[in-house]
Write a protein that binds this ligand. Structure first.
Ligand code: GUN
Length: 340
């Protein structure tokens, strides 16, 4: 076994379990080698791995702590930030995510208003609910959890959200502003990935970032953020997808490799350049009869093998997942500040 760096944000060790990712399964690190470098790094022993672990749990906590004085200041001026979440149907994963977002609001003393609707709700009823939330002064951010049932056109519902309360950054207005490099609400997962890279000392500037996955929620907005002409961006970006020819040729040239395809262990060690920074966005359930719930969570990256080759890697759970929630809350605070 070898000791390895674990990037745990600015505050060293500690912290509670991630609010949004089920426990059970995944890699079981043995914390305990107590050396702390520059107050930024702690060490752990984890099999024979060599990659630095980018600890999303810790970094997300740091971001939440940074939001505390901003929420306090708003509250003192009579504004309690409020997030309205809309959940349609009873998809267990969606329910879980919405609950996690609500819990994160509670932690920061932010108002959360949860609207749970049967899957048979009509599109017009859903759009009417969004219109009510647009008009509600207690609500600064609106999140309609996706996916929606097949009989509802997601785009119509998304476009009903006021861009000023679109804390998911999914409306055409915010999408366009993001691409144009203007101030806007950017989607939480790509924002979280950028924070993970920057706060772990892996700035994208000048690097070749390869994103595997072209979704509207992750791949496309992340590409826009990474290629932005500013000190947080300035990367050269490639997006790969299901029709990409010779995907390995691209992934092997990545200084930063982001896996967002939703296929368990898709990225193998032979697809990764030595020393690359690997960000795993996947949260996939795989059957595991030994796990408490009968399944465990794995990412899109073959963590054990890739961590022997990568320079830094995010775990699943405990990597990108917690960051998504923190950045959503950050967007709610931003919305409340602007709407003030
Ligand atoms: N479904 C999966 N990810 C997301 C997200 O970030 N926001 C919403 N609204 N739905 C999702």
């Amino acid at each position: 076994m070898t000791a390895k760096d674990v990037y745990r944000g600015e505050q060293g060790e500690g912290g509670r379990a991630s609010p949004e990712e089920p426990r059970g399964g995944g890699t079981k690190p043995h914390y305990g080698v107590g050396s702390v470098k520059n107050n930024k790094y702690a060490y752990l022993i984890l099999g024979s791995m060599t990659a630095e672990i980018i600890d999303g749990k810790q970094i997300s906590q740091q971001i939440m702590e940074e939001l505390v004085p901003r929420v306090k200041e708003l509250s003192e001026s009579g504004i309690v930030p409020g997030l309205a979440t809309v959940l349609v149907g009873d998809d267990p994963a969606s329910k879980f995510y919405v609950k996690s977002k609500k819990r994160a609001c509670e932690k920061l003393a932010i108002n959360s208003f949860t609207h749970e609707k049967d899957a048979i709700i009509t599109q017009n009823e859903l759009i009417s609910l969004v219109a009510e939330l647009n008009a509600d002064p207690r609500v600064h951010g609106i999140l309609v959890q996706l996916p929606l049932p097949d009989h509802i056109d997601e785009n119509s519902v998304i476009e009903a959200i006021s861009p000023a309360k679109d804390v998911d950054g999914f409306t055409a207005i915010n999408t366009g502003k993001l691409l144009a490099g203007r101030d806007c609400f950017a989607p939480a997962t790509p924002l979280g990935i950028l924070e993970l890279l920057i706060r772990s000392g892996n700035r994208p500037e000048g690097k070749h970032a390869v994103i595997v996955g072209r979704s509207n929620i992750v791949g496309k907005p992340l590409a826009a953020l990474l290629m932005q002409k500013n000190e947080r961006g300035n990367a050269t970006v490639t997006i790969c997808h299901s029709r990409t020819l010779d995907i390995v040729k691209h992934t092997l040239s990545a200084d930063i490799l982001v896996a967002a395809i939703g296929r368990p262990n898709f990225i193998t060690a032979s697809m990764v350049k030595e020393g690359a920074v690997v960000i795993d966005v996947g949260i996939n359930r795989v059957d595991d009869q030994e796990a408490r719930r009968g399944y465990r969570l794995v990412g899109d990256v073959d963590f054990e093998a890739v961590s022997e080759k990568a320079g830094a890697i995010t775990p699943v759970p405990g990597g990108v997942g917690p960051m998504t929630i923190a950045m959503l809350i950050s967007n709610v605070v931003k919305a409340a500040t602007i709407l003030k």
